[in-house]
Ligand binder design. Structure first.
Ligand SMILES: NC(=O)C1=CN([C@@H]2O[C@H](COP(=O)(O)OP(=O)(O)OC[C@H]3O[C@@H](n4cnc5c(N)ncnc54)[C@H](O)[C@@H]3O)[C@@H](O)[C@H]2O)C=CC1
Ligand SMILES: CC(=O)C(=O)O
Ligand SMILES: [Mg+2]
Length: 476
């Protein structure tokens, strides 16, 4: 309930009210009695007998919103003309658009941007394909590719249902790092077909951000595209999440005074994000990670059909813990949730070591209600923007692609990811670091520059940059 209250839903109610003394007071009282919170009132139109007003009301959730509307419908002298949900209003007609960089004002402009003069530019690129980086949108454009099979924690909701999330990612790419990103939602789940389509569209793009493709197909799709394309291919749910998780953990462990090597870490949800987070933790020095999925703890004594689980079981759970979360979490320092709501309980928290660190990162609803968990943990983080410590891949993907595009990296490798994680962590200074502030806010303007510069340095050091001196005086 508390979680719902903080999330809430905001309704704009267009109401026609009789112009009688006390009518507005009755209206506000009815909304208050139904538990709604009036956020704003706008007068739209007034006549001698009636007034039309837009009343913005905050409700706990959709059902609560419906109850408020019903209460108003039953109120004498009030007519509910229309109900709009502010979130839906923000999505009307989509959230992004394409703008030309210069106007086409006359025939001369037309013949340059289009035929006949454009043909000279086309031929120049045909003769030297690398010129596509200078003379087209390629240098600053990323494809956000999904098949809609693992959209947030909503699961397989299909490619059309995935569009709003991909549009949202495109907005964030632009706002935080001036990267032009375009949503591409594919109506196929076939691995071979996805690989073929992405390869076929790749010429337009400087990078491919794979998003919300379910495991285990996501691993093969990414591996094959990385091998076959000469532009960065980055599965955000794996690596973006892993980078931000590591940043958060580096800072959280400073607070509890433990080194990564000393930690017992439990990960629930051994899918795209869970596997990548585990890999980055192992690369950063964590020795004891225990993975738990629906069937329980992954252990090396079991043979798994899923090859990535087979790898996982061989490389984690060094003390061969068996059972479920109940067994895995006993004495654990860190819980990392990348599974779904309700997985973690207060009973689990009570079994953890002193000063527990809990990153409940499932979206949109975390593994445990943060308000329920708070009294039992030292550091708490979620993937959401309405709580402190938002561990979300948005802290990573804009800056990492900004850096990769600027140095024309062929790929995004492990060193670039580790550098990005350290850069994000370093934005929180030792003076600022506290339980409520282990990662910088998404709106901290330093992030994208710090991440992109760290990524460029790592790309140059590891020999994957094709351009060493990006020009920051240009926007792209
Ligand atoms: N905060 C962030 O930045 C991010 C959060 N996520 C969240 O992490 C979750 C997983 O995402 P992906 O790895 O992309 O999905 P995925 O579909 O690849 O993997 C999910 C895994 O969780 C397991 N799982 C589901 N419910 C479980 C339960 N009750 N107990 C144990 N295991 C369970 C599934 O069997 C599957 O192996 C989603 O809720 C997603 O929104 C994912 C990426 C980034
Ligand atoms: C944040 C994100 O990418 C996800 O939840 O899937
Ligand atoms: Mg995602």
């Amino acid at each position: 309930m508390a979680l719902q209250q903080r999330t809430g839903t905001s309704l704009i109610l267009r109401l026609e009210l009789d112009q009688s003394v006390g009518a507005f007071g009755q209206l506000t009282r009815a909304i208050g009695e139904a538990g709604g919170d009036i956020v704003a009132v706008d007068v739209i139109h007034v006549t001698k007998n009636t007034a039309i007003r837009d009343v913005t009301v905050q409700a706990f959730d959709r059902v609560h919103g419906e109850r408020i509307v019903q209460a108003l419908k039953e109120l004498p002298g009030v007519r509910v003309v229309n109900v709009s949900d502010r979130t839906f209003l923000l999505h009307l007609g989509g959230k992004i658009s394409i703008q030309p960089k210069s106007p086409v004002k006359n025939r001369d402009d037309l013949s340059r941007v289009y035929t006949p003069d454009v043909a000279r530019v086309c031929t120049a690129i045909q003769e030297d394909p690398a010129k596509a980086f200078q003379l087209t949108i390629k240098r600053n454009t990323v494809a956000i590719v999904t098949d809609g099979t693992a959209v947030l924690g909503l699961g397989d909701i299909g490619p059309a249902g995935a569009i709003p999330v991909m549009e949202g990612k495109a907005m964030l790419f632009k706002q935080f790092a001036d990267v032009d990103a375009f949503p591409i939602c594919l109506d196929t789940k076939d691995t071979d077909e996805i690989v073929r389509i992405v390869k076929a569209i790749a010429p337009t793009f400087g990078g491919i951000n794979l998003e919300d493709i379910s495991s285990p197909r996501c691993f093969e799709i990414e591996d094959r595209l990385r091998a076959e394309l000469d532009i960065p291919v980055f599965h955000d749910d794996q690596h973006g999440t892993a980078v931000v998780l590591l940043a958060g953990l580096l800072n959280a462990t400073k607070l509890i005074g433990k080194k990564l090597e000393q930690l017992q870490v439990v990960v629930t949800g051994i899918g795209a994000a869970g596997v990548a987070c585990t890999k980055i933790l192992l690369a950063a020095g964590v020795k004891n990670v225990i993975g738990v999925d629906r069937q329980g703890v992954l252990t090396r004594s079991v043979n798994y059909d899923n090859p990535i689980w087979q790898w996982y079981a061989q490389n984690t759970n060094p003390y061969e813990v068996r059972g479920g979360l109940q067994e895995a979490i006993a004495g654990a320092d860190v819980f990392i949730g990348l599974s779904g709501p309700g997985v973690l309980t207060v009973d689990h928290l009570k079994k953890m070591a002193r000063d527990p660190i809990v990153f409940a990162m499932a979206n949109p609803v975390p593994e445990i209600d943060p308000e329920e968990a708070e009294p039992y943990v030292r550091v708490l983080a979620t993937g959401r923007s309405d709580y402190p410590n938002q561990i979300n891949n948005v802290l990573c993907f804009p800056g990492i692609f900004r850096g990769a595009l600027d140095c024309r990296a062929k790929t995004i490798n492990e060193e670039m990811k580790l550098a990005a994680a350290r850069a994000i962590a370093s934005i929180v200074t030792d003076d600022e670091l506290n339980e409520q502030y282990i990662v910088p806010s998404v709106f901290n303007k330093k992030i994208s520059r710090a991440v992109s510069q760290a990524v460029i340095d790592a790309a140059i050091a590891t020999g994957v940059a094709r351009r060493e001196r990006p020009d920051y005086t240009q926007s792209n």
